[in-house]
Design a binder for this molecule. Sequence first.
Ligand code: NAD
Ligand code: ZN
Length: 379
Amino acid sequence: MSTTGQIIRCKAAVAWEAGKPLVMEEVEVAPPQKHEVRIKILFTSLCHTDVYFWEAKGQTPLFPRIFGHEAGGIVESIGEGVTDLAPGDHVLPIFTGECGDCRHCHSEESNMCDLLRINTERGGMIHDGESRFSIDGKPIYHFVGTSTFSEYTVVHSGQVAKINPEAPLDKVCIVSCGLSTGLGATLNVAKPKKGQSVAIFGLGAVGLAAAEGARMAGAGRIIGVDLNPKRFEEAKKFGVTEFVNPKDHDKPVQQVIAEMTDGGVDRSVECTGSVQAMIQAFECVHDGWGVAVLVGVPSKDDAFKTHPMNFLNERTLKGTFFGNYKPKTDIPGVVEQYMNKELEVEKFITHTVPFSEINKAFDYMLKGEGIRCIITMGA
Ligand code: NAD
Ligand code: ZN
């Protein structure tokens, strides 16, 4: 009863309109074309980026669309020219890819692949611009090439990381976006030395993953900065020992942190998307050696303003995308770090819902409740 080469009918949660609850529909999923694979999704989770594009406030709206990009599943079939993946492989689809062939993929320093870099405006597949999803012959758009809120999805093989089949997909699915982004921002970009102090701005999933990176790197002090005091309780599980709520102080946060740390933190990682927090995260690092890393996605019209003297005084500002990880090359290794018990994944998972109740995951995110909600397909 092979489904290879055939259309698969399955359930998908379709966003018909911006900001309206997703609707469970029966969709048709076409077979994978050249360089594509079709994946049976087993677990997916909700990330803030899905919510931004579903709300479509600052973004170009594209509907009807199937969202979802943090997920784990099993390859069902492969298209022409796919040589590194086979049916049965356990995989994580990833919102940004690695073609293996461009200047970025050849560079040790970059993960910004020319061909498969994240593109939130595209609603079809790169091969032919068409969608692989339809209802009664009408196309439903893809989202960042992954569209994991569907029991089956089609993804470019350059956006698929093959992982250890023993890794529990209901846990490691979150490695495919938020967790790796924050973790890599600290481990690959901020690179704190043992015993150094690290400030984390924004204690959502990405910021807490950055804190997890600081813990793994042996940071001496991890200072959490957030406007939402509810976040502080959760953050204790992540080794965040000191908290600063900018609302509790009359002085600028930079000054509060400088006073706490004898002149500034050694490293800071910004995971908020607020341009004020980005400036604060830069200005609170110590002169002479401090490094600040920006991760949050700013609004369209934001501008970063600081006095150039802050740079002359030997502070460094960096930014990163997906924690500088190359998705196919590096992500299987992050899963191994979890399997070797170096990386703790369970503490990020605060809620679980069956696929039929996916809208609850949106409610939790909108209320700022919990960290990650796992959505179980087929339930
Ligand atoms: P989240 O909403 O769960 O967490 C953000 C936290 O920042 C919240 O707790 C909020 O209270 C706090 N915050 C907001 N403004 C603040 C301010 N001025 N000062 C201090 N705290 C403030 O979001 P998340 O899922 O953790 O994502 C964080 C950011 O990372 C988002 O902007 C997201 O788009 C971005 N992101 C970037 C990448 C990348 O590759 N660069 C990948 C994924 C997500
Ligand atoms: Zn490339």
